[in-house]
Write a protein that binds this ligand. Sequence first.
Ligand code: XMP
Length: 514
Amino acid sequence: MHHELVLILDFGSQYTQLIARRVREQGVYCEIHPFHLSTEAIAAKQPKGVILSGGPSSVTDEDAPRVENDFYDKAGAPILGICYGMQLVAADLGGTIEPATRREYGHATIKVLSEKTALFDKLPFEMNVWMSHGDHMTRMPDGFHSVATSKDIPTAMENHERGIYCVQFHPEVAHTPLGKEVLRNYLFNICGCKGDWTPASFIREEIEKIRQTVGPDGNVVCGLSGGVDSTVAAVLVHEAIGERQRCIFVNNGLLRYREFEDTLQVYEDNLHLNVTGVDASQDFYSVLKDIVDPELKRKAIGSKFIDIFQEEADRIGDVKWLVQGTLYPDVIESVSLRGASVTIKTHHNVGGLPEKMNLKLIEPLRELFKDEVREIGRDLGIPEMILERHPFPGPGLAVRILGDITPEKVQLLQKADRIFIEELHNFGIYKDVWQAFAVLLPIQSVGVMGDFRTYEKTVALRAVTSTDGMTADWARLPHDFLAKVSSRITSEVRGVNRVVYDISSKPPSTIEWE
Ligand code: XMP
C-alpha cells in the first residue's frame, strides 16, 4: 500500500544504503534491488524514479555490471545516475569513459553552469561535494548538456527529453553539504513525488497488514531480547492483535547488570505486553561449563535457547506464527562484485527456529532501517532506555569472558560493565559511541594494595564508533573519563586490579573480543 516508490539499482557501492536512507528521510519510500533487475520488473513496479548507485567497477571492463538494453527507454520514470551510475549512462548512450590514471577521492568544488538546471534548481552556483571515482567522462553522450563542472570537466549532466539526470559526485554523503537538496530536486521537482511516507503512516498500515496476515486463529509467539528490534516488532504486533501475541523473554544468565529484571518490568508495566520471563541462567551455565572455544559457546547457547523457547511455545499451544525483528539491511539481496563474503562468526544465533518449529514468520520491520525503527519505537511510546541501548550480542557476556564461563565471572563482569556504562551516562557521552562494554581477560597480573602484593584479574574496556558495526574505530574517550572508570572498577569490583583500554579498529580487529 505504498503510494510512491523509488527504486535504487545497486551496483555495489558502499553508499547504496545511504542513498536509500536519504530518500526515505524525504518521506519517499524506496527499495534497493540488484542492478540486474529486468526492465520489465522495474516497469511493473511503476516507480516514480529509478536511481543507479555508484559501484567499484569500471564501465570499460567487459564484464562490468549493466542494466538491460531497453532500460533507458522503458524504465518508465526519471533516472538519476550517481557516480558509477553516471558513467554507465554515458557509456551506454554514446559518450566516452576513460580509465583512470589517478583516483579522484575527497572534497571538490563544483560550478553550476546555468539557472536552467533541474538538479541544481535554487542552489548556489558553487558547491562543495564529495568525489570518489576512478574513471572519468571525456565525451558526453548526444542529447545531454553539462549542468555543472569540476575543474572544467562535466560533473553533472541532464537530458530532459529522455528524463535522465546524472551526477559524478555523491549527493548522499554528509561530505556533500547540499546533497540533500540535490536529491530533493530530483525527487520532488523531477519525479513529482509528494513525500507521504512517514513512520506514523507506516505504523497504521503495518498494524492493518499484521491483522490480516494473522487471521482469526492460531497463537503468535515473539522472542524478546531486550533490544530495539524485537521490542518494536512486539509492540507493533501487540497493537494489531493484543493478547493473542505471547512474548517470551529468556534470561540466559549472560545479560548485562539487572537487564533481565529491569527490561521485564518495562515490558509488563510500560508496554503491557503479554510476556513470560523465563530465568534459565543455570541451564545455560550448565551447558557452557568448561567450554572455551567462542564458536562452541555460540552453538551451545543457540541450541539451548531453541530448546527453552520450544518448551515455552509448547506450553502456549496452537502456535502458528513467530514474530521476528528482521531489518531491511538483512533482507537486501546484496550485490557481490568482489566475491562472496566470508562468514567470520555465526551471528544468527537462533537461525533455524522457524523451520524447526514449523512456524510462519511475521517480520513487521523487514522494510526498515535501524534509525527508522527507533523513530517508530518513539512514536509507539517505547522508553529511551530500550531505544538507545547499545547493540548487544545474542550470546551476551559469554563472548566477553575469555576462557570458560562461571557464574562468578559473569557477576564480576556485570559489575565492571555497569560502572563503565553508568559513567558514560554521567559524562553525557553514552550516545557518542556505537557500543561500549567491559571484557574479562583470562589472565592475572601483579598489583599492590596497602603493604600487600595482589595477583588478580584484568578488565579491558572496549568502546567504538561505527555506523553499522561492519567497520569500527576505537572511541577517543576523554582521559578523565577513563581515569574515573578505572579507579571505580579497581576499587568497587573485588578481584580486579588492572584496567586496560582497547585501541584497536575493525578491521583488523572485531568489535567483540570473541
Ligand atoms: P564483531 O565482533 O563481529 O561484531 O565486530 C559486530 C557486531 O555484531 C555483534 N555480534 C553479535 N551479535 N550474535 C549477535 O547477535 C553474535 O554472536 C555476535 N557477535 C558479534 C557485536 O556486538 C557488534 O555489534
